[in-house]
Ligand binder design. Structure first.
Ligand code: KG4
Ligand code: ZN
Length: 328
């Protein structure tokens, strides 16, 4: 049995997962403190992790009916993410492991998103393509084993979730607004407005141009017309973001010959994205929402697949931030 801890962004997460991938508990304390700032404030996130983590871990153990003694190892996200936020979870996990005499399994956060597919029930086995689209990252990977993955493409600027959030904010839908934009888009005409599609590199993504395009469209609107066209703008904007994601998946299927596709990250909740990927792929896996967004169960799943295995000597290990390669 593994206790896993995840604090790479603004969610304080702990989970208990058995060696077969059965999730005994999966707790997520979402920090609402950031909403009024319209984005995650790193310093606020770190402080909240510090306040919440002890209780979240205790609750994860209690929910699982597990004691510290029964654990085989403690898994924790080592990076990438906000360094201050990561350090809270990483230091906590190291201390707890040292105090309890348990080995530590450091986990890469992105491997966690990929490994969410291996959790019970209905684990999805490689080979498959994995699209992860959240507020923090957007990448497409080829997965051939339970550990490791080949990144086929990733965003060169904003994440897809960020594109949804920024679009939603411009449309007055609050933060994070992906789900609200998705809902509003259902009432609009997706062909009403033309948004630019961008396809950098062979399989990379770019979402910065589209939000600028929305900004200019809004500025050009005649006085008083906004309410009438809001849903059309949302529908057209969403159609463009989704098309950019789906086109990349289709191209990756053509290049790799792998037509089994998993989608993860918060944007996997998008109804249009799900429908279109289902049309494009032979077989589609979307893990339950609680395993798609940032969570600790996926960190445990990655730890279970780790061939490096549990470490008894971890005192010198350090966390690593976004934009920095994982240290050896
Ligand atoms: O994985 P996640 O919870 O973590 C972060 O990266 O923070 O993803 C949250 C992202 C947000 O950008 C949110 O707007 C987006 O997922 N999102 C959606 C939908 N539901 C959540 N985007 C599009 N359509 C949705 N239905
Ligand atoms: Zn994530």
């Amino acid at each position: 049995m593994i206790l896993a801890i995840e604090t790479s962004c603004d969610d304080t997460c702990a989970a208990v997962v058995t060696s077969s991938g059965e999730v005994r508990s999966n707790l997520i304390a979402s920090q609402m403190d950031h909403d009024r700032f319209g984005g995650v404030v790193p310093e606020v996130a770190s402080r909240r992790h510090l306040e919440l983590l002890d209780d979240v871990v205790a609750a994860a153990l209690a929910d699982a009916g597990a004691s510290l003694d029964e654990l085989d190892a403690i898994a924790v996200t080592r990076g990438p993410g906000l360094i201050g936020a990561l350090l809270v979870g990483f230091s906590y996990a190291k201390s707890l492991a040292a105090a309890a005499g348990k080995p530590l399994i450091p986990v890469d956060h992105l491997q966690g998103h990929v490994s969410a597919n291996f959790l019970e029930p209905e684990p999805f086995e490689p080979p498959f393509l994995c699209l992860v689209a959240s507020g923090g990252h957007t990448f497409l990977a080829k997965v051939t084993e339970r550990e490791g993955y080949e990144v086929l493409g990733s965003t060169v600027d904003d994440a897809a979730g960020e594109a949804f959030d920024k679009g939603a904010r411009l449309l007055g839908l609050g933060y994070p607004g992906g789900a609200a934009l998705d809902a509003l888009a259902k009432q609009g005409d997706s062909t009403a407005y033309d948004f630019p599609r961008s396809y950098p590199g062979e399989l990379d993504f770019s979402f910065s141009g589209i939000k600028t395009s929305l900004l200019y469209k809004l500025k050009a609107l005649p006085e008083g017309e906004f309410e009438d066209v809001k849903a059309d703008l949302a529908a057209s904007y969403q159609a463009a973001v989704v098309e950019m994601l789906v086109e990349r998946v289709k191209k990756a299927i053509a290049i790799t010959g792998v037509d089994r596709v998993a989608i993860g990250g918060g944007v996997a909740a998008n109804s249009q994205l799900r429908d279109q990927i289902r049309e494009a792929a032979g077989e589609v896996k979307v893990p339950p929402r609680e395993f798609c967004t940032d969570n600790a169960a996926m960190i445990a799943a990655a730890a279970l697949g780790s061939t490096t295995g549990p470490l008894d000597d971890f005192a010198a290990l350090d966390a690593y931030p976004s934009g920095q390669p994982a240290p050896a």
